[in-house]
Design a binder for this molecule. Structure first.
Ligand SMILES: Cc1cc2nc3c(=O)[nH]c(=O)nc-3n(C[C@H](O)[C@H](O)[C@H](O)COP(=O)(O)OP(=O)(O)OC[C@H]3O[C@@H](n4cnc5c(N)ncnc54)[C@H](O)[C@@H]3O)c2cc1C
Length: 284
């Protein structure tokens, strides 16, 4: 088990790791790719860059800096997070990572569900967390909206309890291998059915599918998805944060994941504060 498990190796995650490593902590970082920074063409507004670097170059410099101080870095996509009573356990489809404290620096979710009815029916048959809500759908027909490894994680949670699980890709490319007992529906969805309670979905060709539950699992798991699974509390739809710590002791968030100003300098600053807060948590 590591002392500090950090999800994401963008500016926030790497910055957090530097503060934990230099305090003598054992640090495990897990990231799936170079995140938002990897998409930035040139970074010219960050302190200390005599010549602009591409975002991808800055990500590599950051990773090398953390590795030189002793961090372990794994390339993997986390689909599940829980606290088992003594440690945080983050799972991908092929590995498990643990830490006494955990910092989520997974960047901005930037995923909007542009399907009519999704936000209106949230909490009334529309859910964002299979492990939290699967219980309510025992013996029922449910669907997962998504097409990748995160959707696969949610499908597997639901298969254990639901009568049937349908994967609704909404015409997105399938990037994970789904079990054979999952029905796969690739048509585009025009809207969800139900006035006050979710009842199914209508496809663009007008055909309808009757369902009891609809689980959103687009793209990869965001920090909000993961802290929800770990039992963190929300207020007005936003995670409750106190000095970057969620309501789950030892579980922190930093960088674009917390919202606010989406800039490298802000992510680095928040990462530093979250790293220091994690050190303090582990010493107390
Ligand atoms: C096109 C573009 C141009 C930009 N230009 C600038 C600029 O000029 N100046 C500036 O200051 N800022 C710029 N930004 C913003 C800047 O890139 C971000 O504010 C910054 O990268 C945020 O850092 P972060 O560490 O919070 O998140 P990110 O850099 O997004 O890193 C997130 C990390 O989390 C990982 N991750 C996410 N989900 C999972 C998961 N489920 N499992 C495992 N790992 C996961 C990602 O793979 C990545 O490693 C730009 C952003 C974009 C998209």
């Amino acid at each position: 088990m590591s002392d500090v498990l950090i999800l994401g190796y963008g500016p926030a995650g790497i910055s957090a790791s530097l503060y934990a490593l230099r305090a003598g902590m054992d640090v495990q970082i897990v990231g799936k790719d170079s995140g938002a920074l990897g998409k930035a063409h040139l970074i010219e507004n960050y302190y200390g860059l005599e010549k602009p670097l591409t975002g991808a170059e800055l990500v590599e410099v950051g990773k090398k800096q953390a590795l030189a101080l002793g961090a372990k870095i794994a390339e993997d996509e986390i689909t599940d997070l829980m606290f088992d009573g003594t440690q945080f356990v983050a799972r991908s489809q092929s590995a498990t990572y643990t830490g006494k404290a955990c910092i989520l620096a997974t960047g901005s979710a930037r995923k909007k569900v542009a399907i009519k009815g999704v936000s209106e029916l949230e909490g009334h048959g529309v859910s964002y967390c299979a492990v939290c809500d699967a219980f309510f759908y025992r013996g029922k027909d449910v669907a997962v909206l998504g097409s990748g490894e995160y959707a696969l994680n949610e499908v597997n949670e639901l298969l254990a309890v639901a009568k049937s699980v349908t994967l609704l890709t909404n015409a997105a490319e399938i990037t994970a291998k789904f079990p054979e007992n999952v029905k796969i529906e690739t048509r585009k969805i025009s809207e969800l059915l139900g006035e006050t309670q979710f009842a199914g979905a209508r496809f663009e060709d007008g055909e309808e599918i009757k369902l009891d539950g609809f689980f959103v699992a687009l793209g990869s798991a965001s920090a909000v998805d993961l802290i929800r699974k770990a039992g963190a509390m929300f207020e007005n739809g936003k995670p409750i944060l106190n000095d970057f710590q969620t309501s789950v002791p030892g579980l922190f968030m930093a960088g674009d994941a917390t919202g606010g100003t989406l800039q490298v300098s802000v992510a680095v600053g928040e990462g530093a504060l979250a790293g220091l807060a994690a050190n303090k948590f582990l010493r107390e």
